[in-house]
Design a protein around this ligand. Structure first.
Ligand code: HEC
Length: 196
């Protein structure tokens, strides 16, 4: 077989395989024009555009879109970053700063824990974990000490946050939350408490 023949055969083979690939494409019909989608003008325009545009650029923008959607998903998974208001109108009003959870052991404990649960998941879970099950970024608050001892430590932290050497480990919530909201969150933590 001469070079010429080989060339011709290869070309024929190429044409054949291209034709069979094309014929294997699904001919989905566009409901607008009742033309097979692959013959649709919009489809042609799109594929021309894609062919013309810089592939690297295309890859970069696809990668960017993927990464940013991941970030958005992560942010959603850990709750919103901006402090979320806590609706405590269904709880008895408290007078002044409390040292011990005033809802504990009262008929309002369950209601307080319910309100606290949503407040916690919206404001604290991004660091302390959904359901107070820590993912390792911040302490697991299910292990806070019970009763008065835990209350004092809890109240100090939630009001003042935590900072050392100019580094903020936890922001203060004292100016953002009402006294009722603070003890609603403590009531929620009471309800998921695990003895050490
Ligand atoms: C930006 C992340 C972040 C957010 C949001 C956050 N915390 Fe913290 N929290 C921390 C870190 C980090 C520590 C550990 C501080 C330290 O080591 O000084 C901590 C410590 C605590 C402690 C002391 C626990 C212990 O065992 O030392 C309590 C209580 C607490 N947080 C409650 C809350 C509550 C309630 C909220 C929501 C209103 C909240 N935190 C929101 C990061 C956060």
């Amino acid at each position: 077989m001469g070079d010429q023949d080989l060339h011709r055969d290869t070309q024929a083979l190429k044409r054949h395989s291209q034709r069979s690939i094309r014929s294997r494409r699904p001919h989905i019909r566009c409901p607008l024009f009742f033309t097979p989608l692959v013959h649709h003008p919009v489809f042609f325009a799109m594929s021309k555009l894609i062919r013309r545009s810089n592939i690297r650029q295309l890859q970069a923008s696809v990668a960017l879109a993927l990464v940013s959607s991941l970030f958005v998903a992560a942010a959603h998974a850990h709750g919103d970053v901006a402090p979320q208001p806590v609706d405590t109108k269904d709880l008895p009003k408290l007078k002044g700063e409390q040292a011990v959870n005033p809802y504990r052991g009262t008929p309002n404990a369950k209601k307080a824990a319910e309100i606290g649960s949503s407040a916690f998941n919206q404001n604290c879970a991004r660091c302390h974990g959904l359901g107070a099950v820590s993912g390792g970024i911040a302490p697991d608050l299910r292990y806070l000490p019970e009763g008065k001892e835990g209350d004092e430590f809890f109240a100090m932290r939630i009001r003042n946050g935590s900072a050392r050497n100019g580094v903020t480990y936890m922001p203060p919530f004292g100016n953002l939350f009402s006294e009722e909201a603070i003890w609603a969150i403590r009531s929620y933590l009471d309800s998921v408490q695990v003895a050490e």
